[in-house]
Each structure stands twice: as structure tokens, then as C-alpha cells.
Design a protein around this ligand. Structure first.
Ligand code: 5GP
Length: 205
């Protein structure tokens, strides 16, 4: 069976990664989102096991020791990590898996899974990013400022990704991700088994 595609989505806080991933997953019901583990406290509307698996630092560190993560990183003072087992199981069942993770994590994945698809979501302007972060109201003003300053540094890493998607309109961004995934699946190097089968057909002999 053909392995699923590992789709890694990053971008500065407030660029709209969450909304875009959710929208794309609704259109692609065979694909799954990897729910990360974090030591960040839950926000009021967040549920354990749905948005994140919420753990203490001690629990997280024990998981690091047990090699439970495909990647992990410290982001804005909290740990975040991708559960290894779930992702590997889904990929081997042929399901596409979306990781919505920060740049440090994406670069770790890239070292090991160069065959992944690395997409960076950007806002149309930095002013718009600042406005979205303030309006979102999930963080206090200091945290908003910290995340905004980080965004400038994060954008410097964009060249390590394969694709950039501007989130001006959510629907257009979702369509672009759809187009990227479809094109990636048609790449010759992802279809070598199919090609070998066709070559084994032997009509010219
Ligand atoms: P938030 O606290 O806003 O939910 O997420 C903060 C940042 O952590 C975002 O950039 C998000 O993409 C990133 N993040 C979420 N889960 C993971 C993960 O499993 N690994 C890494 N490296 N980053 C993550």
C-alpha cells in the first residue's frame, strides 16, 4: 500500500494555520490531524485529546526519555511535541497526516522525512498579522508582543519549506493547499511502484 503524505504546516502565530488546517481536513476526510502533546495550560474552550494532550513538564520529559516524539520543541516557554506512534501508524495505513507545528519542529521532521511536504502560511502583511493577534484575544498583551516579534524571525526560515501560502482569504488558502497536495501525489518519485507495475506489463515484447 502507498504510504500517506506527511504534510507539515507552519507559520507565525495568527497567520491562520489552525483555521486553514481545519478547513482542509473537512474537505479531505481521509486525512487526519496529529494532535500534539503540550505543557501549555488549556485555553477556555480547549479539550484534552482534541486540541492537545495536556501534560505536566514532568510527564512530557518522561515521554522525551521514552522516545515518544517524532519531534518536540520549546515554544514560547512551553513544550510541544508530535506523538511518534500515531503519525507512523496513520501513514502506514495510507492516510495523509497534517502536522501543525512550529519551525523548530518542522526542521527536525525535515531532517528525517525529506519526503514530507513543508508548507509555510503567511499573512498578507505584517500589520494584518498584528491586528489578528490582538483581535484573537487568547493571549495577554505581553504574550501577543512576544509572538509578534517571533514572527519576524520565523519568516527568515521560509526558504527551508517547499511552499508558501498567503492567507488573505481562508478559502483560497485551502484551495492552494489542496492543489499542492494533489500535485505532490502526482510526482514521479512518489509513483515509482505504479511505474514499475506499468513497465512490467510487457506489451511491447
Ligand atoms: P498555541 O499555543 O498557539 O496552540 O501554539 C503555539 C505554537 O506551537 C504554534 O506555532 C503551533 O504551531 C506550535 N505547535 C503546536 N503543536 C506543536 C508540536 O507538536 N510541535 C511543535 N514543534 N510545535 C507545535
Amino acid at each position: 500500500m502507498r504510504s500517506g503524505l506527511l504534510i507539515v504546516i507552519s507559520g507565525p502565530s495568527g497567520a491562520g494555520k489552525g483555521t486553514i488546517c481545519k478547513g482542509w481536513l473537512e474537505k479531505n476526510s481521509d486525512a487526519v490531524l496529529s494532535v500534539s502533546v503540550t505543557t501549555r495550560p488549556p485555553r477556555p474552550n480547549e479539550q484534552d485529546g482534541k486540541n492537545y494532550f495536556f501534560k505536566t513538564r514532568e510527564e512530557f520529559e518522561a515521554m522525551i526519555k521514552d522516545n515518544d516524539f517524532l519531534e518536540y520543541a520549546e515554544v514560547y516557554g512551553n513544550y510541544y511535541g508530535t506523538p511518534r506512534k500515531y503519525v507512523q501508524q496513520q501513514l502506514s495505513k495510507g492516510r495523509d497526516v497534517v502536522l501543525e507545528i512550529d519551525i523548530q519542529g518542522a526542521l527536525q521532521i525535515k531532517e528525517r522525512f525529506d519526503e514530507g511536504v513543508f508548507i509555510f502560511i503567511v499573512p498578507p502583511t505584517m500589520e494584518e498579522l498584528r491586528r489578528r493577534n490582538v483581535n484573537r484575544g487568547t493571549e495577554d498583551p505581553d504574550a501577543v508582543l512576544k509572538r509578534f516579534k517571533c514572527a519576524f524571525k520565523e519568516i527568515n526560515f521560509i526558504r527551508r519549506y517547499n511552499y508558501v501560502v498567503v492567507n488573505d482569504s481562508v478559502n483560497d488558502a485551502i484551495e492552494n493547499i489542496d492543489a499542492i497536495v494533489k500535485a505532490e501525489k502526482c510526482r514521479v518519485d512518489r509513483n515509482l511502484n505504479l511505474i514499475a507495475q506499468l513497465q512490467g506489463g510487457g506489451i511491447c515484447e
